[in-house]
Design a binder for this molecule. Structure first.
Ligand SMILES: [Cu+2]
Length: 173
């Protein structure tokens, strides 16, 4: 009978260790999240908080990585939080920054395309149905030419200090 308490104690220790490990992995994934669609790795979809009085918002990714041997393209996106989503390219002409809608964002084979705030491309959320606040999460459905459709979770967060000061929320369409 003397063995029982020892055994119980060991089991409790194992349970505690398992809990600790489990907790650790939850903490790690809370800082970044990624999704797969075929050969594509969609890393950390996020959106900036919307500005009061502006109808539009913008969504970004840390990157989309194409691990395959064939090129793919992001051809459209949609979300319940906005009337529609446009794929935008930012260009600088002289000192003027311009945005234009593009039919697709190329994802070359074996390459990682950066789609962060202040970089070449972003997703424009046209006519938001609700304001986007820091900490919110929303579903964003992406359609790729080859990898098909996939729904990812976008996190609303303040862009890191030092990134481009331009907000795309106020440009006209
Ligand atoms: Cu835009």
């Amino acid at each position: 009978m003397q063995r029982t308490p020892t055994l119980m104690r060991r089991n409790m220790l194992q349970a505690a260790t398992a809990l600790a490990l489990c907790g650790a992995s939850i903490v790690t994934t809370a800082h970044a999240h990624d999704f797969r669609a075929g050969q594509l790795v969609i890393d950390h979809p996020y959106a900036t908080p919307s500005l009061t009085g502006t109808p539009n918002g913008a969504a970004y990714f840390r990157s989309i990585r194409n691990r395959g041997t064939a090129p793919d393209r992001l051809v459209s996106a949609s979300t319940a939080v906005a009337e529609r989503v446009e794929l935008h390219e930012m260009t600088t002409e002289g000192n003027i920054m311009r945005m234009r809608e593009v039919p697709a964002i190329d994802l070359p084979a074996g390459q990682e395309v950066q789609l962060r705030h202040g970089q070449r491309y972003h997703l424009m959320l046209i006519n938001l149905r609700q304001p986007l606040k820091v900490g919110d999460r929303f579903d964003l459905t992406l359609k790729f030419e080859k990898a098909g459709e996939t729904t990812v979770k976008a996190w609303v967060q303040q862009p890191r200090a030092g990134s481009s000061q331009s907000t795309h929320a106020d440009h006209k369409h």
